[in-house]
Design a protein around this ligand. Structure first.
Ligand code: AMP
Length: 400
């Protein structure tokens, strides 16, 4: 058996998944939390009982060592020894313009990821901690970095540039990068296969990754044409707690009027805005629908603003690509929230969409399903995203 360990390291947490790459099945997954504080390990083998234990893990290296120990544990482990981990795939948030695809990690790659730290000062250092910890604990195992920004690297300058003085782009690399790239790439690739258009350079897909963070991306022939997140994940749709696109002049306006620092306004835009900020109720769509049912007008307004935002992006991207062949819904809201999908899909027949509202209401949650009627010109579907599998596939393709 050849397995791939997928690692998604945060500053004090580390998510992992062990995937049998030949069958593409998950052997075990889990989480290390509160690294450097006290430490808690969660471990869930696919065919076994979930384990949760408090365990001191001062560093990411301790966390990885603990994960490996439990994976090879004679009683509850899922592999006999570490040799069956053929490679490790690391999620890296920002690859700047340096990385257009996943790469085998060596010292030079690590240096280049370090150079991207100013673009993602919270995420890249944490991702690097995960990489360095794994390299220390399993020095013989090949490692691959999979970048969330790589998907956006096929955008043309007319779509990735902001209309600021050109030197700002040249000196500070300020441009649209886009995020959720691994998810957009995965569901787009799968959708193209499902509609029988694999290898077609003209197939146009709009992927709607709608969750706590949300972005919409459009692609031709499986290559990103545009995407709604920008230099940072703040741009685009209103999200759980992020404001999405606003007039940029609001920031200096509020700095003056509220006598707050740019940092404080930034925190407000990231943590207190979006669905939570507008509704005053919650960032969670389940709570918002419940509040709307009880007559809460601001919850209803937040849901309308979100659906309108997605609709506007679908319309804009269809115009940009001279049409669309397939629209995919994915992530927490996209896969589970039929009411939000219904709101988005109102009056979309102008695009050639014949949406099956009845099926949308009755289909099981979180499963792959085609929601357009058979003679709809545009196929609309729900496709559960699987970023870990996408990382494992790339890792296997590069390292094995
Ligand atoms: P994600 O960031 O992809 O994990 O998505 C998380 C979000 O999905 C949550 O904040 C909820 O708003 C939403 N969500 C998950 N399950 C449901 C559901 N059954 N109905 C409506 N929204 C859901």
């Amino acid at each position: 058996m050849r397995s791939i360990l997928v690692i998604n390291a945060g500053s004090s947490s580390l998510k992992y998944q062990l995937i049998d790459i030949d069958t593409e099945s998950v052997l075990a997954k889990g989480l290390c939390e509160r690294i450097g504080i006290d430490g808690k390990l969660t471990y869930k083998p696919t065919n076994g009982e979930k384990l949760e234990k408090d365990a001191p893990m001062p560093t990411h290296q301790d966390a990885i060592a603990m994960v490996l120990d439990v994976l090879v544990d004679p009683k509850i482990g899922v592999i006999s020894d570490m040799k069956s981990i053929a490679a490790v795939g690391h999620r890296v948030v920002h690859g700047g313009t340096k990385f257009t695809k996943s790469v085998l990690i060596d010292d030079e790659v690590i240096g280049m990821i370090e150079e991207c730290v100013p673009l993602a000062p919270l995420h890249n250092p944490a991702n690097l901690m995960g990489i360095n910890a794994c390299r220390a604990v399993m020095p013989e195992t090949p490692m691959v970095a999979v970048f969330d920004t790589a998907w956006g690297m096929s955008m043309e300058p007319k779509n990735f540039l902001y209309a600021l003085p050109y030197e700002i782009y040249e000196q500070y690399q300020v441009r649209r990068y886009g995020f959720h790239g691994t998810s957009h790439m995965f569901v787009t690739g799968e959708a193209i296969k499902r509609i029988g258009r694999a290898g077609d350079p003209n197939v146009r897909v709009i992927s709607c990754h709608l969750g706590n963070g949300s972005s919409v991306s459009c692609s031709k022939g499986g290559k990103c044409v545009n995407t709604s997140m920008g230099l940072t994940p703040l741009e685009g749709l209103p999200m759980g707690t992020r404001c999405g696109s606003i007039d940029p002049a609001i920031v200096p306006f509020l700095v003056n009027r509220m006598e707050k620092s740019p940092k404080e306004i930034d925190t407000m835009m990231n943590k207190k805005s979006g669905m939570l900020g507008v509704s005053g109720v919650s960032s969670d769509f389940r709570d918002l629908w419940a509040a709307k049912k009880e007559g809460n007008e601001r919850a209803a307004l937040a849901l309308d603003m979100f659906a309108q935002g997605v609709k506007r992006l679908i319309g804009g991207y269809s115009a940009e690509m001279d049409g669309v062949d397939c629209i995919v819904f994915t992530a927490g809201v996209g896969e589970n929230d039929a009411a939000t999908r219904e709101l988005i899909m109102q009056n979309m027949d102008y695009l050639g969409i014949d949406f099956d509202f009845e099926l949308n209401r009755t289909c099981p949650r979180g499963r792959e399903v085609v929601l357009s009627k058979p003679d709809s010109k545009v196929v609309v579907m729900v496709l559960p995203t699987d970023e870990e599998l996408a990382i494992a596939r790339d890792t296997a393709a590069i390292a094995l």
